[in-house]
Design a protein around this ligand. Structure first.
Ligand code: HEM
Length: 414
């Protein structure tokens, strides 16, 4: 069946509209159409140019002289940015961006991440044991709400140095801050709540900064306060903004990676059986999930000058949306790109963590967290399987973030 006959039967839009409910549930057929016939597509209702091919996305992410990141943060958080005085590095262009990047890199090197593995394992184990204690040796729980949404936020609390007794409050603030991305859809009551929690988060980081400045500990806030590259350090506001960026960048993304992985396991029982039997297949499983159904579907840039991309002229100052989810399915880079294949050999670097100067700083941490979580789950649980068919999963109501909104699973402990 062609997309247009499907569209006629189910009232799907004929062309890509990221705001459309049904497109959000499954954008991939639209990406394929664009790659084939319109690699750079102007979306008049968003006044944005969507970029669908691998080549186009790669160019946008690497060519920071033509495509700026400066609008990224203001678009995401708007007036709810807890630290509006300074931009985070994700919203800065080189060369200024390099100053913060070099300082922050120190905290995310593979050796630092490896040192966190035992704590991540202890946190995942505590969560799974909590579920077995609550539901018994066999039963049902929600993979998203009772496991994956709690795990990365707890790891990041640990990493940042948030005291255990403040973690419940902290989770509420983080959830609300992430909600600010959908602020245009909210009424005054919800917006007032987000304002309050954004202020409380700021206040909390201010206090933590003061404590760690006086008495540095083995945590990330202390590392940021003391980190020095070529005699330069981070200002107080830069540290506060960096902490906020890590929350936005590192919490929901890892949650969604674990959600998307479980959906693929439901879709492929053969792969599920192989991974259960051989945990060394967890890393390739995660890599293929990241490629096939990336949790960050797109990024945001704007043109610094009149530009041409894949033969399309884009005027200065226009918003550009490189579609990572589409680039990862580009058949010119990946053989059988629409097939989920954990035995795939690296063909081209995937776009899921971005490319170029802003390449995800937390990629090692995210991969370690997700691997450890699945190792713990598969070791403790003999079976864990979503109840709904993979095709019935309800995805988040977002065109930016990809992950199941909820995922009830049946489990049996060993
Ligand atoms: C599956 C998990 C994750 C995915 C898919 C992901 C994806 C991305 C992407 C696509 C970018 C590029 C943004 C751009 O080019 O504008 C990015 C940047 C970034 N990510 Fe991640 N991320 C993940 C986890 C994390 C974690 C765990 C952290 C840290 C706690 C983190 C921190 C950051 C930071 C700080 C940046 C900005 C880097 C810069 O501007 O130089 N991310 N991430």
């Amino acid at each position: 069946m062609t997309l247009s006959s499907t569209a006629a039967a189910t009232s799907l839009p004929e062309t890509y509209d990221p705001l459309n409910e049904q497109v959000k549930q499954n954008p991939y057929p639209y990406y394929a159409m664009m790659r084939a016939s319109e690699p750079v597509k102007y979306l008049p209702h968003m006044d944005t140019y969507a970029v669908a091919t691998y080549e186009g996305v790669d160019k946008v992410l690497k060519d920071h002289k033509s495509f700026s990141s400066q609008h990224f943060w203001p678009e995401l958080l708007g007036e709810y940015d807890p630290v509006p005085e300074v931009p985070p590095m994700i919203s800065m262009d080189p060369p200024n961006h390099m100053h913060l990047r070099k300082l922050a890199n120190k905290a995310f090197m593979p050796s630092k991440v490896a040192a966190l593995e035992d704590r991540a394992r202890a946190i995942a184990t505590e969560l799974v044991e909590g579920l077995v204690a609550k539901y018994g040796n066999e039963g049902e729980f929600d993979w998203v709400w009772e496991f994956t949404a709690l795990y990365p936020v707890t790891v990041i609390c640990e990493v940042l140095g948030v005291p255990t007794e403040r973690r419940a409050e902290f989770k509420v603030w983080v959830d609300d801050l992430l909600g600010a991305a959908n602020r245009h859809a909210y009424g005054p009551e919800r917006l007032a709540e987000i304002r309050k929690h954004s202020d409380e988060l700021r206040q909390f980081f201010e206090e933590l900064y003061d404590l760690r400045k006086q008495d540095p500990q083995d945590d990330l806030i202390s590392t940021f306060i003391t980190a020095e590259v070529n005699g330069e350090t981070m200002s107080r506001l830069e540290v506060l903004q960096m902490a906020t960026l890590l929350l936005i960048g590192g919490v929901e993304t890892t949650t969604n990676l674990l959600g998307c992985t479980m959906v693929e396991l439901r879709r492929h029982p053969d792969i599920y059986a192989r991974v259960q039997a051989d945990h060394s297949l967890i890393p390739p499983l995660l890599e293929e999930t990241l490629r096939f159904n990336p949790v960050v579907q797109m990024l945001f840039r704007h043109t610094i000058e009149d530009t041409e991309l894949c033969g399309v002229k884009i005027p200065k100052g226009k918003a550009v949306m490189p579609l990572l989810g589409s680039a990862n399915r580009d058949a010119s880079k990946y053989a059988n790109a629409d097939v989920f294949d954990i035995d795939r050999k690296p063909e081209a670097p995937m776009m899921s963590f971005g490319q170029g100067p802003h390449f995800c700083l937390g990629s090692f941490l995210a991969r370690m967290e997700a691997r450890v979580a699945l190792e713990v789950v598969f070791s403790r649980l003999e079976k864990v399987e979503p109840i709904a068919e993979a095709d019935e999963v309800v995805w988040l109501d977002s065109y930016f973030a990809r992950g199941p909104h909820t995922l009830p699973v049946r489990f049996k402990a060993r």
